[in-house]
Design a protein around this ligand. Structure first.
Ligand SMILES: NC(=O)c1ccc[n+]([C@@H]2O[C@H](COP(=O)([O-])OP(=O)(O)OC[C@H]3O[C@@H](n4cnc5c(N)ncnc54)[C@H](OP(=O)(O)O)[C@@H]3O)[C@@H](O)[C@H]2O)c1
Length: 319
């Protein structure tokens, strides 16, 4: 099979196209011919060694395709099924073996392309809005990087739950996309906490912050007393260690650093969230904005674009 391999963590040059032996599914596993792999910021963290992995490894955590073979004991999924997955390393490849318990059978009519574009970020937006902080009708919500892969989904799902959404973006093109996704107010990053206070008075109920280092202080300052900062990533870099007293002075606020792994803790939880997300896509309630499709061999270009803030919505690699 063809794949992208990281032999030595580092910049995007670490993503090397390679030929590897076809994988074989063991007991409880499924072999999939990959139709599309999603590009996510976590792939950058893996590639650069911020989240260290044993080398060599094939990066990529998300994709969709057609089941080509099943291992012993697999009954839920059969050859020919179209499936998607999130959080299975090795997705930047033409073939992948995934645990059957992570396979999500796609509803009829949903293309693998679209599934690969929405699963990981859609599941994340689902748990952030339904579980980490369960948005209630009328809540004020701040979504950073509102035109990004996560941002467009978070904005739409927060609106589905009845929130008033403020989004941050860096360009006018991104502002337009955030507004199309339903953001009520779209602002720049400069002095954003002051803007948020002007709009809301007391501050927002929750901040969804995947930007990290650059926005953290302003995010704390944007909260109402007893609000919640869900710091779910660090696209601009990791947030330095902090004195818990800062949560007191910010208004007895809550800080959490959640991860998808802990919110799809078992198959029931995975299928609940995936069922909601794919159902919204099928009904048209959730729009998936795929901005760029790159040939698999051009994974480097995809990472360069993502890290340079040149992208909006979702990036896919097509084998
Ligand atoms: N914890 C979890 O379970 C989980 C799961 C999925 C994703 N995530 C996190 O979600 C975040 C977004 O991921 P994504 O794949 O959807 O990416 P993305 O939001 O499409 O891309 C990152 C965006 O962040 C903004 N940004 C601000 N400062 C930046 C900087 N210095 N460098 C790069 N980008 C910067 C940019 O938008 P502007 O130009 O508008 O600022 C950029 O387009 C990441 O932090 C990722 O780790 C977390």
């Amino acid at each position: 099979m063809r794949a992208i391999v990281v032999n030595t963590p580092g910049g995007s040059a670490a993503l090397e196209p390679a030929e590897l032996p076809d994988p074989v599914p063991g007991p409880g596993e499924v072999l999939v011919d990959v139709a599309a792999s999603g590009v996510n910021f976590i792939d950058v963290y893996h590639r650069e060694g911020r989240y260290p992995l044993p080398v060599p490894f094939v990066p990529g955590s998300e994709g969709a395709g057609t089941v080509a073979a099943v291992g012993e004991g697999v009954t839920d999924v059969v050859v020919g099924d179209r499936v998607g997955w999130a959080q299975v390393l090795g997705s930047y490849a033409t073939k992948i073996v995934i645990p059957a318990e992570k396979a999500i059978v796609l509803p009829a009519g949903l293309s693998p392309d679209l599934a690969a574009a929405v699963l990981l970020q859609g599941l994340t937006a689902h748990y952030l809005t339904h579980s980490t902080y369960a948005i209630r009708q009328g809540d004020h919500v701040l979504v950073h990087a509102a035109a990004g892969g996560m941002g467009l989904l978070l904005t739409q799902i927060a609106k589905l739950r009845g929130a008033r959404v403020i989004g941050t973006v860096s360009t006018s093109e991104k502002e337009k996309l955030a507004r199309q996704a339903g953001a009520d107010e779209v602002i720049g990053y400069e002095n954003f906490a002051d803007e948020v206070k002007k709009i809301t008075g007391a501050g927002v109920d929750v901040v969804y912050d995947g930007v990290g280092a650059a926005t953290f202080d302003g995010s704390l300052a944007s909260l109402r007393p007893r609000g919640m900062l869900a710091l779910y990533g660090g696209a601009s870099g990791a947030v330095p260690p902090l004195d818990p007293q800062r949560l007191n002075t910010a208004g007895s606020v809550f800080l959490t650093r959640p991860s998808l792994t802990h919110y799809i803790a078992d198959r029931d939880e995975l299928l609940w969230r995936a069922g909601d997300v794919l159902g919204w896509v099928a009904s048209g309630a959730l729009k998936v904005h795929v901005s760029q499709r790159y040939p698999l061999a051009e994974a480097r270009r995809a990472h360069d674009d993502l890290e340079a803030r040149r992208t909006t919505g979702k990036l896919l690699l097509i084998p």
